[in-house]
Design a protein around this ligand. Sequence first.
Ligand SMILES: Cc1cc2nc3c(=O)[nH]c(=O)nc-3n(C[C@H](O)[C@H](O)[C@H](O)COP(=O)(O)OP(=O)(O)OC[C@H]3O[C@@H](n4cnc5c(N)ncnc54)[C@H](O)[C@@H]3O)c2cc1C
Length: 412
Amino acid sequence: MIVIVGAGLSGLVCALELARAGAPFVLMEKNARVGGRLGSIYEDGYTFDLGFQVLLDNYPAVRAYLDIDALSPRYFEPGALMWDAGRTFTFRRPKMWTDFRSALQTAVDPGVSWGDKLRLGMIAAGLLARNDEGILDEADAVSTKTYLEGFSDAALERFFRPFFGGVLLDNELETSATLFRYYFKKFLTGRTLVPRFGLQAIPDQLVGHLPGGALRLESEVTAVAFEGGKATAVRLASGEEIKLDHLVLACPEPVTAKLIGARVREAHPAAVIYFRAEQSIYPEKLLVLQAGHRKLVRNLVQITNISPDYAPPGAHLISATVLRARVPPSDVAAAEQEINHIFKLKPGTLSHVRTVEIPYAVPAQAPGNVFTQKFAKPFPNVWRCGDQVSHASFQGAMESGAVTAGTILHDA
Ligand SMILES: Cc1cc2nc3c(=O)[nH]c(=O)nc-3n(C[C@H](O)[C@H](O)[C@H](O)COP(=O)(O)OP(=O)(O)OC[C@H]3O[C@@H](n4cnc5c(N)ncnc54)[C@H](O)[C@@H]3O)c2cc1C
């Protein structure tokens, strides 16, 4: 019997592969829903995603395991609105390399200087010539901030910090430049989407392929029993014990540390403050990047521009990402003020509807600290899986689930 702890993306893909091979397994999930850090809350006609996250359609694992059409994808326009001290600049990535209009618009937009555009173009050209997944094997020695030395402060503050600070949940850009290059290449070549009815549709689609009885919700694993250096059973919060031959820990790093002892890296927190507006605050299907190291709102999106179904008819839902573990009412008020200022809104235009706090969002992935599959087998029959041994992304988590299942099947 193989016991998988955690029905996030990694545990679900591991389970799918084991099911395909006909291996006996059970998937234990402490929550009442699957998806882990990826999911949505549905309330009063709103869809509140658990953190602003986007699916890139060019991740190999996404292509292998998800039916994107069945998610009713709603696409972002490639690019961003960059706001800096009262001025808005539009950066549009050409949809195709023959999309000369967008390319020209971006070329003449004064948001980023000619020198910065040239530097950016050279990085992009270098990345386009490389194999995507091969980028991850390159030396992991410098931070994104160091890698971007040479760009002007304006480019750093208007684009890189709010965009990649928001993607990596790292305002200081201390994340490994290898990951920056990988995600940048993915954003350059892929399409960014959310499912029409929210992120929860992604794990829900995966779980739909599992055999009945394979998943046990509301089943928290609280301890692992060992004998002769091997795991023999897990104990649940209910007191039940399940005997096992192999154990897959597809839970976040701190949970693995509690269950079997492991190093825990620092983590980046995030939160989303959701506001409602009666009138649209901007029309484009673009992410809005706010310049300024010390700004509270790192980036924001009127998510109903992408999928109107995220709010009841006539309402607009704005999702503002802040890089904080906890959001007191004073931060909600400060975020509202910042958004009012960006769009010159009258006070009272926005009303706060919900805040989602994610104290453990992603592990800090500084150079040399991006864990890899080599950390994945701490005991002869125990595997660690998910973004605790891969890069923190849908791709990293799903691929890790597939690799873990493959290794167990190979070893068995
Ligand atoms: C705010 C935010 C923004 C992000 N943005 C993006 C993005 O835009 N694009 C992208 O590709 N990635 C993004 N990510 C990263 C991505 O969501 C994660 O890397 C990925 O979902 C991790 O999946 P996982 O399976 O490794 O872990 P998890 O999703 O954490 O799954 C672990 C599961 O284990 C369960 N569990 C925990 N303890 C126990 C226990 N004791 N017993 C049983 N079950 C247990 C949990 O409930 C959970 O379901 C973002 C993450 C966050 C939080």
